[in-house]
Design a protein around this ligand. Structure first.
Ligand SMILES: [Zn+2]
Length: 329
């Protein structure tokens, strides 16, 4: 996989590709950032690019070295992951032994340590010695959510590469690029914080069902159509009952959209496929009333969390929306 195929993280890519181009690869890197930001993929691609026989600052993906890294059988690339809850000193010793056995290769060895903050103190001290006196040319990539938890002496010997949570727009671009339905993706990226979880959510049938339920219920409530039967049919009888919190989160997004339409920010509308309907109904209430509905929805969410009866909570919410301007706390 080339750097370009990894979504977002422009600064991290620039830093790594520049060091490859200039031949100034450090001895140790800390890839720090929350999970779901592509740290593992970046580590693998960086290793691939260092070994690539065709390209200087990227991985071609087709040469023998690139394929070996891809298949996990490159002889000079080593991976360490927690064994149970922690990375133990034996694992670091084993790594050092492997280095010693294979020093004949003479090429640069790369080792990637995942969840590096889970090294025991002994393991970390052992690694530190190893960083200071490698047995052969080596590059260490320490992947972690919490770089500050590493030994200060390890931190100061490493080049930091920071991974930032992806913006919803970046996630949307990446996921629609994978062929997922834009209407679902646009909604999912607003409700989760990582690419993985947004992808999973977009692919769930239940997610599409819940979205449909929100659209129907909100339209009926705003148009003052009888709502109790629909709640029964769309929520209680179907599995949506188990996902009332998701339903309420989507209602909040939907209400925000109505406010965006009222304030002339149509480009920010999440439910873009509903734009026509929203444009013709957003002004049936004042922006303040939509805000009031949002507050009521947030309150409903709290009540659901406190195990209130879902049907009752939803009925009260939708009846409040039906009543239009006469909204009371
Ligand atoms: Zn290659």
């Amino acid at each position: 996989m080339s750097f370009q195929q990894i979504p977002g993280q422009t600064r991290a890519k620039q830093l790594l590709q520049n060091s490859l181009r200039q031949g100034k690869v450090s001895h140790a890197y800390i890839f720090a950032g929350p999970s779901g930001t592509g740290r593992r993929q970046m580590a693998r691609t960086f290793a691939q690019a260092m070994y690539c026989e065709t390209l200087v600052d990227d991985a071609c993906g087709t040469c023998l070295s690139c394929r070996k890294v891809e298949h996990g059988n490159h002889p000079e690339l080593f991976l360490v992951e927690p064994d149970g809850a922690s990375i133990k000193i034996d694992q670091i010793r084993q790594l050092q032994q492997q280095f010693a056995y294979r020093s004949a290769g003479a090429g640069t060895k790369i080792y990637i340590i995942h969840e590096a903050d889970r090294m025991t103190v002994q393991a970390a001290n052992s690694l530190l010695k190893f960083l200071e006196e490698p047995l052969s040319p080596a590059v260490a990539i320490l992947v972690t959510e919490n770089g500050q938890a590493l030994l200060p002496t390890i931190q100061s010997r490493s080049q930091w590469v920071t991974f930032t949570p992806m913006q919803p727009e970046e996630m949307e671009k990446a996921l629609t690029g994978e062929g997922l339905p834009p209407d679902l993706v646009r909604c999912a990226v607003q409700l989760t914080s990582g690419l993985e979880s947004a992808r999973t959510l977009s692919q769930l049938n239940e997610f599409a069902e819940t979205r449909n339920a929100v659209l129907q219920l909100m339209k009926e409530a705003v148009s003052k159509l009888p709502i109790i039967g629909s709640i029964q049919q769309k929520v209680i009888k179907t599995g949506v009952n188990d996902r009332v919190e998701l339903l309420l989160d989507m209602i909040i997004l939907w209400l925000k959209d109505m406010i965006h339409v009222c304030t002339g920010k149509k480009e920010r509308v999440v439910f873009q496929d509903q734009l026509d309907w929203m444009s013709s109904h957003a002004f049936s209430r004042s922006a303040g009333t939509w805000v009031g509905y949002m507050e009521k929805t947030v309150e409903s969410r709290k009540r659901i969390r406190a195990n209130a009866n879902a049907q009752l909570v939803l009925e009260q919410l939708f009846i409040a929306v039906q009543q239009g301007e006469r909204l009371s706390g």
